[in-house]
Write a protein that binds this ligand. Structure first.
Ligand SMILES: Nc1ncnc2c1ncn2[C@@H]1O[C@H](COP(=O)(O)OP(=O)(O)OP(=O)(O)O)[C@@H](O)[C@H]1O
Ligand code: SF4
Ligand SMILES: [Mg+2]
Length: 357
């Protein structure tokens, strides 16, 4: 185990050195394996399958973009990792260490330090009654990362997120800040805990378009300078491409495509990702929209079809698509898609018939 880690299973309350400068060698920062979350229902029947046996990793110093329509399970995955929700089944590993299914108070506190969330609405996530200095000093005290006067560390945090002069911003209350400045405070608060992983749940979607890029650039700078590992959740494919090293695509709680950001966004290999791309706003109105027709609606997560979850909407659906959940197919490099169109036997059959979607 890396010496900068705090084991989840011990009762050590001692502060640990910042892990932010860890190298990219060693285990992944995060592995989730067959992670599943069912809300409501009993046993195997009923309930909303919000996360359906999802497996992916985030490497050290990597940003993994997580995209998908509303209700596809993005936030639920983040909340499972932060243990705001208890997984129904599956495994979560942080820097190679299994997060126990049952976590006591200390283990939970350690996890909440090591995994920090940045939320969509910075105003709602900041206490309106307290100045910025209080917001940033709190995690330092809770996680025992400061002794005595926290002002110098608060100043450094504000400088790291570009809120200078730091003394001025430390004294401000949330209502005195712009949306972008509030989100910078949210990022500083996450950094204060010296996390190993940041879960950013639509951190820019509540911001004016003009300042989204500033906040994304700040996060990228922090990633580059401090080797941060990050899950970046967004609806915005262009934002995911800009921010992420790799992108994972969720449909109805199921991982349907994953790979290098440029490949997944520019050359999507799953019909659902192609649909997302065709539906994305085109900044250049002169562009011809990519277009595929998709039928039907987002499925009811309590009665998912037994086969490919996208089958009811897929323009390429074949009889085999109803048989069972397709596996992930390698489609080049590290790029994978969960679609039978990439099955060698089906490709061969379509080639004979002279058909290629
Ligand atoms: N606490 C909960 N109790 C019951 N169902 C829930 C709960 N949280 C989420 N869900 C359901 O789980 C599914 C996935 O929700 P989730 O919030 O993870 O989606 P999302 O991809 O983050 O959507 P959005 O883009 O709108 O934020 C939805 O059907 C949602 O209604
Ligand atoms: S497996 Fe079948 S239904 Fe699912 S996306 Fe591929 S072609 Fe469409
Ligand atoms: Mg969400």
């Amino acid at each position: 185990m890396n010496p900068s880690q705090t084991p989840l299973s011990t009762n050590s309350a001692q502060p640990q050195p910042s892990p932010l400068s860890q190298t990219t060698s060693g285990p992944n920062t995060l592995d989730i394996v067959n992670l599943r979350k069912v809300f409501g229902g009993r046993g195997k029947g009923g309930g909303v399958v919000a996360v359906n046996d999802v497996t992916f990793s985030i490497r050290r110093g990597e940003v993994l973009g997580l995209v998908g329509e509303s209700g596809s399970g993005k936030s639920t995955i983040a909340r499972l990792i932060a243990r705001l929700y208890q997984p129904t089944s599956g495994e979560i590993r942080l820097n190679g260490e299994v997060v126990p299914h049952k976590l006591g108070g200390r283990g939970l506190r350690q996890l909440r330090r090591r995994v920090q969330m940045i939320f969509q609405d910075p105003y709602a996530s900041l206490n309106p009654l307290h100045p910025v200095s209080y917001t940033l000093a709190r995690p330092l005290k809770i996680h025992r990362l400061a002794r005595g006067n926290t002002d110098p560390q608060v100043r450094v945090l504000l400088e790291r997120v570009g809120l200078t002069p730091a003394l001025t911003y430390a004294a401000k209350r949330p209502f005195e800040l712009s949306g972008g400045q509030r989100q910078r405070v949210g990022i500083a608060r996450a950094l204060a805990a010296q996390p190993e992983l940041i879960l950013a749940d639509e951190p820019t979607s509540a911001l004016d378009v003009s300042i989204r890029l500033d906040v994304m650039n700040l996060m990228l700078d922090l990633k580059d300078q401090e080797g941060l590992s990050m899950l970046f959740i967004t609806h915005d494919l262009a934002g995911a491409r800009y921010m992420s090293d790799r992108v994972a695509v969720l449909y109805a709680g199921t991982l349907v495509e994953i790979g290098p950001a440029v490949q997944v966004i520019d050359q999507p290999q799953h019909p659902y990702t192609q649909l997302l791309k065709s539906a994305a706003p085109k900044p250049d109105a002169g562009l011809t929209p990519d277009h595929i027709e998709a039928r039907g609606e987002v499925p009811d997560l309590s009665t998912l079809p037994p086969g490919c979850p996208f089958e009811p909407r897929c323009p390429y659906a074949m009889r085999e698509c109803k048989d069972g959940l397709p596996r992930m197919y390698d489609v080049g490099g590290e790029h994978q898609a969960r679609c039978l169109l990439h099955d060698p036997a089906i490709k061969a059959r379509q080639a004979v018939a002279g058909y290629a979607p």
